[in-house]
Design a protein around this ligand. Structure first.
Ligand code: NDP
Ligand code: A1CAB
Length: 260
């Protein structure tokens, strides 16, 4: 990709930009916008173009990454629409706005994709789900290649984007709440906060790697830890009696129903 505009340098826009910078992309090729431009000072110091002029940013860009809230996106689209060309590519990270709505309601002339990374994109540890219209045949590989530098990529149907948002993007918060709870437990049994957090976080990372690298079902790995009449199974069963898995599944469904 030659020049990239990131419209909306907030939590996700900054994370995506930081991730792209880590891939070695030339910072001068990136232009990030937001209204309170002073929050973009750290990116500016790294050589990224920053500003509040969305039109200037898109006029110069081959790829436009839209990273604003849905209501903000409507306003911004009306501002930039006349400056878009049909050879530009728009990748929307906006939650809950389908490709069909982007084309019909926003009337975007450019090639549209949706992408759903999570904030670990900053560390190139996201999983990014990408969707495109069935009629879109070009540019899929280049979009896939860009996000593949930021973690694994899955191409999915656009109607699965809400599910991707919940499992992948909200999932970061769900996993972090687990880590926090484990840390709190760790403090009760004697660790200071710093060590409890380090153990909890690294243990989650290790558990994830066991699933990802071994390709095993979580329960296979759990079986290896649960000594008969041992301490792990007692703790696990108490958590389940308290509704651990059920609470997580219900939370996922609540988030999903809210997007829908
Ligand atoms: N955070 C996450 O983990 C994820 C978020 N998403 C989706 O990504 C989108 C962005 O989320 P998030 O980054 O969390 O939200 P933020 O509110 O952090 O970021 C949006 C940014 O847009 C800027 N903005 C608002 N109006 C304009 C404008 N007119 N021109 C330029 N910039 C503008 C705001 O800055 P200012 O007020 O200074 O203009 C703000 O920083 C949302 O649709 C969200 O649902 C998707 C996946 C994960
Ligand atoms: O909470 C939200 O609505 C957005 C979508 C995914 C992550 N943040």
């Amino acid at each position: 990709m030659e020049k990239i505009a990131v419209i909306g340098g907030g939590n996700l826009g900054i994370a995506v930009t930081e991730g792209m910078l880590k891939t070695g992309i030339n910072p001068e090729k990136i232009h990030v916008t937001r209204r309170r431009v002073h929050y973009l000072e750290p990116l500016k110091e790294k050589g990224v173009n920053v500003g509040s002029n969305n039109v200037a940013a898109v006029q110069n860009a081959d790829l436009i990454i839209l990273a604003v809230k849905p209501k903000q996106a409507e306003i911004i689209m009306s501002e930039i629409i006349d400056h878009l060309t049909d050879n530009q590519i728009i990748v929307s990270l906006v939650t809950g706005v389908s490709l069909e709505a982007m084309e019909k309601e926003w009337k975007i002339p450019s090639i549209c994709f949706r992408a759903m990374p999570n904030t670990a994109v900053e560390l190139q540890e996201s999983i990014t789900c990408i969707s495109h219209q069935p009629t879109t045949t070009e540019n899929i590989e280049s979009i896939k290649a860009l996000f593949s530098t930021l973690g694994p990529v899955l191409i999915i149907q656009d109607d699965m984007m809400a599910a991707a948002t919940v499992l992948g993007a909200c999932g970061i918060a769900f996993a972090l709440r687990f880590i926090r709870a484990a840390q709190q437990g760790g403090i009760e049994i004697g660790f200071n906060a710093e060590n409890a957090l380090k153990i909890a976080a690294q243990t989650v990372k290790g558990a994830a790697e066991l699933v990802l690298q071994n390709g095993n079902h979580p329960e296979q790995e759990i079986d290896k830890v649960t000594t008969p009449q041992g301490v792990t199974i007692s703790g696990l069963n108490t958590m389940e009696h308290q509704g651990f898995s059920s609470a997580l599944i219900q939370g996922v469904l609540t988030s999903y129903n809210k997007i829908k």
